[in-house]
Design a protein around this ligand. Structure first.
Ligand SMILES: NC(=O)c1ccc[n+]([C@@H]2O[C@H](COP(=O)([O-])OP(=O)(O)OC[C@H]3O[C@@H](n4cnc5c(N)ncnc54)[C@H](O)[C@@H]3O)[C@@H](O)[C@H]2O)c1
Length: 338
C-alpha cells in the first residue's frame, strides 16, 4: 500500500478521490490551513469520506506524525517551491499540481531538488490524461495525419465567479505573477509541447476589456516557433463568455485532428491510399479532470521504478513558455526566444 498525504483541499480533493480509487494506495492524511476545508461541500468530514484519513492544518506536522510514502501538493502556486523542496527533502515521492511554479527561478529550484532526490517527482499536467488528447497524440505518433505543420490550442475559461467570490480577501489568484497564461494557459501550452515538441520562440499580444479589476490582462494570443519547423498558436482567456473549452487543432501534411477536453468524440480528417480526404469521428470518454488516471500513472512510476512521464523539467519548460508569452505581450508583440 502506498500511503499518501494531500496538501490543499481545493483540487486536492480530486486527487484524494483519484488515490482512493486505486486498489494499492491509501489516503492516509490531508492538510489545509483552513480548518473548515476538512468538510466537503455537503458537510462530510474527510475522515468519513476517506475512512481513517487524518486532518492537519500544518503540512510539516502531517509529514512528521504520519508515515507517508508520497504527497500530492495542491496548494496555491506560490507555495509549490517551498512545499516541493520540503517534501522531497523529507524523503517523499511528490505529485505537484501545475503550474510547477510562477517564476523561472522557482521552477529551476524544483527541478534541482527533484534531480537531487532519489524519490519520484511528477508535475500534474492533467491534460496529458484527457482521453481526447491522449487519442489525438496516439494517432499523430502513428503518422495518421503526416508531419505536423500548424498546431493550436485554446484555454477559454471564465474566472469572474472565482474573483467575485474572493472579493475583498487576500486571494492568491490576484497575484500578478499568477496571471491567466501561467496559471491556466499552461494547460494549453503544455498540450502543444507534449504533442508537437519544445517551443523555441514566441510573440504575443494581450488585452483586458472584461475583468477590468484584474492587475493583469485577461486575454492573450501567442504565436510560436516549435522545434522541427512547426507553427503553434495558443489563445488563453480567463474572461470568455462561453462554455469552458480547450479546443485544439493539429494540422498535418496528410490530415487534421480537431479535439477538445469536454466532448465525447474527436474528429480525424485523413488522406486515404487513393488520395481522397476521409472523415472519421473517434468516440472518447469525457474525462476533463482525469485525476484517477494521473494518480494511477504516478503510482505505477513508483511501484515499478519507472522514469516519470512528466518530470519537473517538463513543468519548467511549460512555465518558461508561458512567461515568454506574457513578456512578449507586455513588450507589444516583440519575439522572445526561449
Ligand atoms: N489540474 C487542474 O486542472 C487544476 C485546476 C484548478 C487548480 N489547479 C491547481 O491546483 C492548486 C490549487 O488550486 P485550487 O483551485 O484548489 O485552489 P483553492 O484556493 O480552491 O485551494 C487551495 C487550498 O490550499 C489551502 N492552502 C493555502 N495555503 C496552505 C498551506 N500553507 N498549507 C496547506 N494548505 C494551504 C487553501 O486554504 C485552499 O483550501 C493550484 O496549484 C492550481 O493552479 C489545477
Amino acid at each position: 500500500m502506498l500511503k499518501v498525504g494531500f496538501i490543499g483541499l481545493g483540487m486536492g480533493r480530486a486527487h484524494m478521490k483519484g488515490a482512493a480509487a486505486h486498489a494499492d494506495a491509501k489516503v492516509v492524511a490531508c492538510c489545509d490551513i483552513v480548518e473548515e476545508r476538512r468538510k466537503n461541500k455537503d458537510g462530510v468530514d474527510v475522515a468519513e469520506e476517506f475512512p481513517g484519513c487524518a486532518f492537519y492544518t500544518d503540512y510539516k506536522e502531517m509529514i512528521a506524525k504520519e508515515e507517508l510514502d508520497a504527497v500530492v501538493i495542491a496548494s496555491p502556486d506560490q507555495l509549490h517551491r517551498e512545499m516541493c523542496e520540503y517534501c522531497l527533502n523529507a524523503g517523499l515521492h511528490v505529485l505537484c499540481e501545475k503550474p510547477l511554479a510562477l517564476t523561472e527561478e522557482d521552477c529551476l529550484a524544483i527541478v534541482a531538488a527533484a534531480e537531487k532526490s532519489d524519490k519520484k517527482f511528477m508535475v500534474g499536467q492533467i491534460c496529458r490524461y484527457t482521453p481526447g488528447f491522449v487519442g489525438a497524440k496516439k494517432l499523430i505518433k502513428e503518422g495518421r495525419i503526416g508531419e505536423l505543420t500548424f498546431v493550436e490550442s485554446e484555454y477559454a475559461h471564465d474566472y469572474d465567479h472565482m474573483f467575485k467570490a474572493n472579493a475583498g480577501k487576500e486571494y492568491w489568484r490576484n497575484d500578478p505573477l499568477r496571471n491567466g497564461v501561467v496559471g491556466g494557459g499552461c494547460h494549453a501550452i503544455d498540450l502543444l509541447r507534449w504533442i508537437a515538441g519544445d517551443i523555441e520562440e514566441v510573440c504575443a499580444l494581450s488585452v483586458k476589456k472584461t475583468l477590468t479589476y484584474l492587475p493583469y490582462d485577461d486575454t492573450h494570443v501567442g504565436i510560436m516557433k516549435i522545434k522541427g519547423g512547426i507553427i503553434g498558436k495558443v489563445f488563453v482567456s480567463i474572461s470568455c463568455k462561453r462554455n469552458y473549452t480547450m479546443r485544439s487543432v493539429f494540422y498535418g501534411t496528410k490530415g487534421t485532428i480537431i479535439t477538445d477536453n469536454t466532448s465525447d468524440h474527436f474528429t480525424l480528417f485523413y488522406t486515404d491510399d487513393e488520395g481522397k480526404l476521409q472523415t472519421e469521428t473517434v468516440p472518447v470518454d469525457i474525462n476533463n479532470h482525469n485525476a484517477t488516471g494521473e494518480f494511477a500513472d504516478f503510482y505505477k512510476t513508483i511501484a515499478e521504478d519507472l522514469p516519470v512521464s512528466t518530470p519537473a523539467i517538463e513543468g519548467c519548460k511549460t512555465v518558461q513558455a508561458a512567461l515568454a508569452i506574457v513578456k512578449s505581450a507586455e513588450l507589444g508583440g516583440v519575439p522572445v526566444k526561449l
